[in-house]
Design a protein around this ligand. Structure first.
Ligand SMILES: [Zn+2]
Length: 632
């Protein structure tokens, strides 16, 4: 007889022990799909410019970013973005994806720039994303205590902590597998960033770090450092709807009416920014066929990029196999939410501000938030126009500041005029320097008027007159001016002995200031009546000193100050000289540098007078109405 094992059949359904939902989720084989596709399946947005289920077609560049970040070999992603690009939302999608796939053995940390951002966004930004997306809502803990302003604990045990750079959660030693640093460019302390990144070291092979921000200043932006350390950098290449050629979208190819007036000889005369916006005047010229894209064509070009390999639009600058870190650059104009005309209008506004006030705030903002580029101030001199204007005081022109020891005149000799500055020097030991006046005069007699008859008053009505001064004996420094004014300068100085003729010497070795007896007029045997002392100045050393003093914050001791009438035309003189690699100051010929020269003489005059300036505690006797220190 053959016995057969009884068939393994359940007696009744009561023998089953059903799995609970969590067990099913844990046992379920889950194929991990890329971030872009995952978002379309799982993300539902209630509060958005495009509410509803997430559609990659609404913002094509984000799909590629999310897909690249979710590649198995990628550990670090860096997103440099303009505003209105949706980059932050993509990061939250990626965070939600990590949370969704997590088995609860790890945690995530989101770090924002400061406490304020956390209070404003924090979990408040994540919560609706989870609540509105059905699949994510299913993994939220029903216990309200598990979702606070700073923490979100999911059913799986996966926890999302939100903190800021110096918050407890960021500096604690707990480890996180997923770390997102938002607005990393605003982080002032790079050490904090390293500490935060250090939280992930226990997950070396599985960690996911994501840094995103609009960029800031070139050279100091922590985003730039993260970007530089990436294995590969991607640019988005839209595809021209007309010729089908892919290309990175560069600012140089933007165009609008009257823009050609920027060409040499043309007037810089842009349309009104409001007109650009209203009439949608901006276009983008295809780099291959020259066809002008309007906004619609631009958006189409961005979408078309998804239809050809690598089907994301993101083209690596170099081919790197199995890269573990990557950076993407997402300028604002690629975003479907940003119009070409908005980019151009903002650019014109920024240029207008620069032209009218010398301030580059808007230019910087445009560069950072529209172009998505780091901002580097044009390296044209020791100082920028904007920087110099920070030293503008609210003292009106000609008003002498309190506690002034003497006034000095500094003049730069041109072929047909003199640029001059009048500086007020304070007592020792502070030696405050304030420029009370500047200008151009045509003739020696005008200089004479300044020193002989001009009276300057302080707040108390006390009258000051110009005391010592320095007058450039030059006009010959460039060697090509045949009729040097040196003779005239010597002649005039011999009659006005408080003004010393000066000559600039190159190089940094030798005395800062040396004096030379001049007995005859140059090129002749004609004696100068009474002889003359000329001061030779190592100008580069004084320029270094002026540069140093212009590095002092305006409200700190030792800072220079200027009367309230200085403007960008004045300040431009200070941007005209730059140091070469050997440290020699060179005139860049873009702007005149005469006031910069005068200011250098002002620094030199202080050096010459320093030992004769009394201390503040040795005040002049009361009753003296005119202070005229003179010079020997
Ligand atoms: Zn084309």
């Amino acid at each position: 007889m053959v016995t057969t094992a009884p068939a393994h059949t359940p007696e009744s359904s009561a023998d089953f022990v059903p799995f609970c939902d969590e067990e099913i989720r844990a046992l379920e084989y889950r194929r991990r799909i890329p971030g872009g596709d995952w978002s379309e399946e799982n993300i539902y947005l209630k509060k958005s410019t495009r509410p509803g289920w997430w559609k990659n077609a609404n913002n094509p560049p984000l799909k590629g970013i999310m897909d690249i970040f979710s590649l198995w070999h990628v550990r670090t992603g860096v997103i440099r973005k303009g505003i209105q690009t949706g980059g932050t939302q993509a990061c939250y999608n990626l965070l939600a994806r990590e949370a969704d796939y997590s088995n609860g053995n790890d945690n995530a940390l989101v770090v924002m720039a400061d406490e304020k951002s956390v209070k404003k966004h924090g979990v408040n930004r994540l919560r609706p994303l989870f609540e509105c997306s059905p699949n994510l809502a299913a993994i939220m803990s029903p216990n309200p205590d598990d979702t606070t302003a700073y923490t979100m604990r999911l059913l799986s045990g996966f926890r999302i902590d939100v903190g800021w750079a110096t918050s407890e959660v960021s500096v604690a030693s707990e480890s996180y597998r997923v770390i997102i640093i938002d607005e990393i460019s605003k982080f002032s302390n790079v050490q904090n960033i390293d500490e935060i990144k250090g939280r992930a070291t226990t997950h070396e092979d599985t960690k996911k770090l994501l840094f995103l921000s609009s960029p800031d200043m070139s050279g100091t932006d922590p985003l730039q450092a993260e970007e530089a350390s990436c294995d590969v950098t991607f640019d988005f290449w839209p595809v021209c709807p007309d010729c089908g050629e892919a290309q990175p979208m560069l600012w140089d190819n933007f165009t609008w009416p009257k823009q050609n007036s920027l060409l040499p000889g043309g007037k810089e005369d842009h349309p009104h920014p409001g007109e650009v916006r209203r009439l949608h005047l901006a276009r983008y010229a295809c780099r291959h066929c020259g066809v002008l894209w309007d906004n619609h064509a631009k958006n189409r070009a961005v979408t078309l990029a998804m239809a050809r390999p690598p089907y994301s639009g993101w083209i690596p600058r170099q081919e790197v196999a199995r890269f573990s870190s990557f950076a993407v650059i997402y300028p604002g104009w690629l975003s479907p939410f940003v119009s070409l005309s908005e980019c151009v209008a903002k650019w014109i506004e920024a240029q207008n501000e620069l032209k009218e006030t010398g301030r580059d705030d808007k230019v910087k903002k445009w560069t950072n938030t529209v172009a998505g580029e780091y901002y580097a101030r044009e390296a044209i001199g020791a100082v920028t126009t904007e920087h110099l204007l920070r030293y503008k005081s609210d003292l009106p022109r000609n008003l002498v500041p309190p506690d002034t020891c003497f006034l000095g005149l500094l003049a730069d000799t041109q072929q047909s005029s003199f640029y001059y500055e009048v500086w007020a020097y304070g007592f020792a030991p502070a030696y405050k320097m304030h420029m009370v006046r500047h200008g151009i005069v045509e003739k020696f007699i005008d200089l004479e008027g300044l020193i002989l008859s001009e009276e300057f008053k302080d707040h108390n009505g006390l009258i000051h007159r110009i005391g010592p001064g320095l007058l450039d004996s030059g006009g010959t420094r460039r060697g090509y001016q045949k009729h040097s004014r040196t003779v005239e300068v010597y002649e005039w100085c011999s009659q006005h002995r408080q003004i010393i003729p000066i000559k600039g010497l190159s190089g940094r070795t030798g005395e800062m200031i040396s004096y030379k007896e001049i007995t005859t007029y140059p090129g002749t045997n004609k004696p100068i009546p009474g002889g003359l002392k000329r001061a030779n100045l190592r100008v580069d050393l004084f320029k270094d000193e002026l540069e140093r003093r212009l590095g002092i914050e305006p409200d700190d001791p030792g800072a220079l100050s200027y009367h309230d009438g200085i403007d960008s035309d004045f300040a431009k003189h200070y941007t005209a000289e730059t140091k070469d690699e050997s440290g020699t100051w060179i005139h860049n010929r873009k702007h005149r540098n005469d006031y910069w020269d005068c200011n250098n003489y002002a620094v030199a005059l202080l050096e010459m007078m320093r030992l004769r300036i009394p201390r503040i505690d040795t005040q002049e006797p009361p009753g003296r109405k005119i202070r005229n220190s003179g010079v020997q």
